[in-house]
Design a protein. Structure first.
Length: 343
C-alpha cells in the first residue's frame, strides 16, 4: 500500500511537471506569435490572453504598449509601459517606446530626441518612421521621403512606411505617386493597423483626383468604423455633394455641425449644398455664420456679395464686396513687401 501511495505521489509530481512544461512551451509559442503579429489586429486578443494567463511576464505588457502605439492609443501605451516597468522590463526599451509614442503625439517636441536616437541606430525602422513623421510635420518633405525609402529598401512590405510615403506625397500634391503608395498600404487589408489611416488618406487622394465614387465608398467605410471622425464624415459629405446626392451630403454636414457648430469649412459646404439645390436664400445664413468664424477669409465675402446680388440685396452685397477688396488689397501689399526666398 505504501509503495502504491509513493508511486502515485511520484506520478503526480511528474504530471505536474509535464503540465508546467507544456504551459511554458505554449507561452513561448504564443509570445513568438504575438511578436510577429505586432501591428495587426490579430495581435491584440492574443496579447490580452497572454496577459491574463501570464500576469508576471514583463514582455507581454511591453508588447501591448507597442501595439497600442501603432493603434494610435497613447493612454493605453502609458498604462502598459507602467505595468512592464513594475515587472522589471528593460528601462532602455521602455524609454524608446515612450519616445516613439511622443513622436506620434507631439512630433515637434520629440524631433530632436528622436533624431539623436536615430543617429545611434539608423537601421531601426520604428525610429526611422518616427523621425520621418517629425520631419513631415516640420515641412521637410524631401527628408521624410529619404527616411521612408530607407525603410522600404530594407522592408518593402512595411505598410506603415508605404502609408507615410503616400501621406507625404499627398501633402506635396504629387497625387499619382501618392496614390500608388497609399494603395500599397491599403492593400494590406483591414487586419493591418496601418489600414484605417491609409484608407482615409487614399480617399482624400481619390477625391483630389476626381474619382468621387470610390472616394465616397472609402469615406463611408471610414465613417462606419469611426462614426465620430469629422474628417471621414466631411469626406462623405463632400463626395456625396460631387455625386449630386445632396440629402446625403446635408446629413453628413449637419452631423458635424451638431458637434462643431462653428466649423467654417462645414458651414461653407452647407452653403454649397443649398446653392446646388438652387436655394440661394438658404445658403446666405451659412456664409454669414462662416464669416463670423473666419472674418479674414476673403472668399466668403466674395460668395456673400455674389449671392446677395442674386437675391436683390444690393446694399449688403456692396458691403461684402468692399470688405473682400480690402482683404485682397492687404494680402497683395503684404506679398509685395515680403522678399522672395530663393532655394
Amino acid at each position: 500500500m505504501k509503495k502504491w501511495v509513493a508511486g502515485s505521489g511520484i506520478l503526480l509530481v511528474l504530471a505536474a511537471g509535464v503540465v508546467l512544461w507544456l504551459r511554458a512551451g505554449r507561452f513561448d509559442t504564443w509570445l513568438a506569435d504575438a511578436r510577429d503579429k505586432i501591428g495587426t489586429r490579430a495581435a491584440s486578443p492574443l496579447l490580452d490572453q497572454l496577459a491574463s494567463d501570464n500576469p508576471d511576464q514583463a514582455e507581454v505588457p511591453y508588447l501591448q504598449a507597442r501595439q497600442a502605439r501603432l493603434a494610435g492609443k497613447p493612454q493605453d501605451v502609458v498604462t502598459a509601459l507602467g505595468r512592464a516597468k513594475q515587472l522589471g522590463w528593460s528601462g532602455a526599451l521602455l524609454d524608446r517606446e515612450r519616445l516613439l509614442t511622443l513622436a506620434a503625439v507631439d512630433p515637434r517636441s520629440a524631433r530632436a530626441d528622436v533624431a539623436r536616437a536615430w543617429e545611434s541606430n539608423p537601421d531601426d525602422a520604428d525610429l526611422s518612421l518616427a523621425l520621418a513623421g517629425c520631419e513631415l510635420q516640420a515641412g521637410r518633405e524631401a527628408r521624410t521621403l529619404e527616411l521612408v525609402d530607407r525603410v522600404l529598401t530594407r522592408d518593402p512590405a512595411n505598410l506603415f512606411a508605404h502609408h507615410l510615403r503616400g501621406k507625404c506625397l499627398l501633402q506635396t500634391r504629387h497625387l499619382a505617386e501618392a496614390r500608388a503608395s497609399l494603395e500599397a498600404a491599403f492593400a494590406g487589408g483591414p487586419d493591418s493597423l496601418a489600414h484605417p489611416a491609409a484608407r482615409l488618406d487614399l480617399a482624400m487622394c481619390l477625391l483630389d483626383q476626381g474619382e468621387f465614387g470610390r472616394a465616397h465608398e472609402l469615406f463611408l467605410a471610414a465613417r462606419k468604423d469611426a462614426p465620430s471622425s469629422p474628417l471621414a464624415t466631411f469626406g462623405v459629405g463632400r463626395t456625396a455633394s460631387y455625386l449630386n446626392r445632396l440629402d446625403e451630403a446635408e446629413e453628413a454636414y449637419q452631423d458635424i455641425l451638431r458637434q462643431r457648430p462653428t466649423h467654417a469649412e462645414t458651414l461653407l459646404a452647407m452653403a454649397q449644398v443649398a446653392e446646388q439645390r438652387g436655394d440661394l436664400s438658404a445658403a446666405i445664413p451659412y456664409l454669414e455664420r462662416a464669416v463670423k468664424v473666419d472674418p479674414e477669409r476673403a472668399e466668403i465675402y466674395a460668395r456673400l456679395a455674389k449671392l446677395l446680388t442674386a437675391v436683390g440685396d444690393e446694399k449688403q452685397a456692396a458691403v461684402h464686396e468692399s470688405r473682400y477688396r480690402e482683404i485682397e488689397t492687404a494680402r497683395l501689399k503684404k506679398r509685395e513687401a515680403t522678399p522672395e526666398v530663393r532655394p
